[in-house]
Design a protein around this ligand. Structure first.
Ligand SMILES: [Mn+2]
Length: 282
């Protein structure tokens, strides 16, 4: 059975709209027959005093609850889809997965690395940081926040990342984290699927984290931090079909950063309708 965890949070993006996207996605999953849904309560707060980690207390509470919900779904033998909201909700979802099985492989489809740290981030938006803390980099306060099981750098495959901050470039290079670029995705799908297949063969369990900004903004403009040079919708579906149908390894998935307030002519809404259909078959 598939369980849906809905996290209508926008604090990590520092821009309203992802919470509207979360409820729209929940509605689409429900229309597709996935009605086993848990709504995570998101507190209504101001940004508080900590300008280096704005809204941290609210995000922390949300992630702690997401971690519990994902851990409990997986422990009951179910698959779980966590819907954002902004991508900071993956701090909670991936923590829940790691708590259940520390030997999971994470395929991270995103225009960004989301592995900056508070001290080095120019924007201080938390949706760009959680991967660093999950891996074990940055301040002790944030590392191992929801589970002591950290995500080994070799258990990550970035797909479509094309906009990286200086700290992220250093980290990915120094740690040798695997990455498939958009150029390769848009030109050599066989190589892409080979790389994904090799990566997946190393794990019994896979988590997929899908930020819709991995798509080119001409296809999916309704997202908070669009980056030109993204992948096509066909390429994304080819990759997802391969990952989801190749085996039964994928037990959990995040779908994040749909912002209907920024959409143009409902283009992104049509894209997410198709994605929900594909993902529902998980
Ligand atoms: Mn992103």
């Amino acid at each position: 059975m598939n369980q849906i965890v809905i996290a209508p949070q926008w604090y990590g993006a520092y821009k309203k709209g992802p919470e509207v996207g979360a409820l729209r996605l929940a509605e689409l999953f429900e229309m597709g027959g996935l009605s086993e849904q848990t709504l995570i309560s998101v507190p209504n707060v101001g940004s508080g005093e900590d300008h280096c980690m704005p809204f941290f207390d609210a995000i922390d509470k949300v992630n702690s609850n997401i971690c519990d919900a994902v851990f409990s779904a997986l422990s009951s033998g179910n698959k779980v889809i966590t819907i954002g909201g902004d991508h900071a909700i993956s701090w909670g979802s991936i923590s829940g997965v790691l708590k259940h099985n520390p030997e999971v492989g994470v395929i991270y489809l995103d225009a960004h690395g989301d592995c900056n740290i508070s001290e080095r981030s120019a924007s201080h938006h938390i949706h760009g940081m959680h991967m660093a803390y999950l891996m074990g980099f940055g301040e002790d306060k944030y590392v191992g926040r929801y589970t002591k099981n950290l995500l080994p750098v070799e258990n990550i495959l970035y797909v479509g990342a094309r906009s990286l901050d200086p700290y992220e470039v250093e980290l990915i290079k120094e740690q040798g984290i695997s990455r498939i670029t958009c150029d390769v995705i848009n030109s050599d799908m066989i190589q892409v699927l080979d790389t994904i297949s090799d990566f997946m063969s190393r794990f019994k369990q896979i988590h997929v984290s899908l930020d819709i900004d991995v798509l080119d903004p001409s296809i999916a403009p309704g997202t908070g931090v669009p980056e030109v040079g993204g992948i096509t919708e066909e390429a994304l579906h080819e990759v997802l079909d391969f990952i989801l149908t190749k085996s039964d390894q994928v037990k959990s998935l995040d779908l994040v950063e749909y912002n209907p307030l920024l959409d143009i002519e409902e283009r992104t809404d049509r894209v997410v309708q198709k994605l929900v259909k594909t993902i529902s078959s998980l």
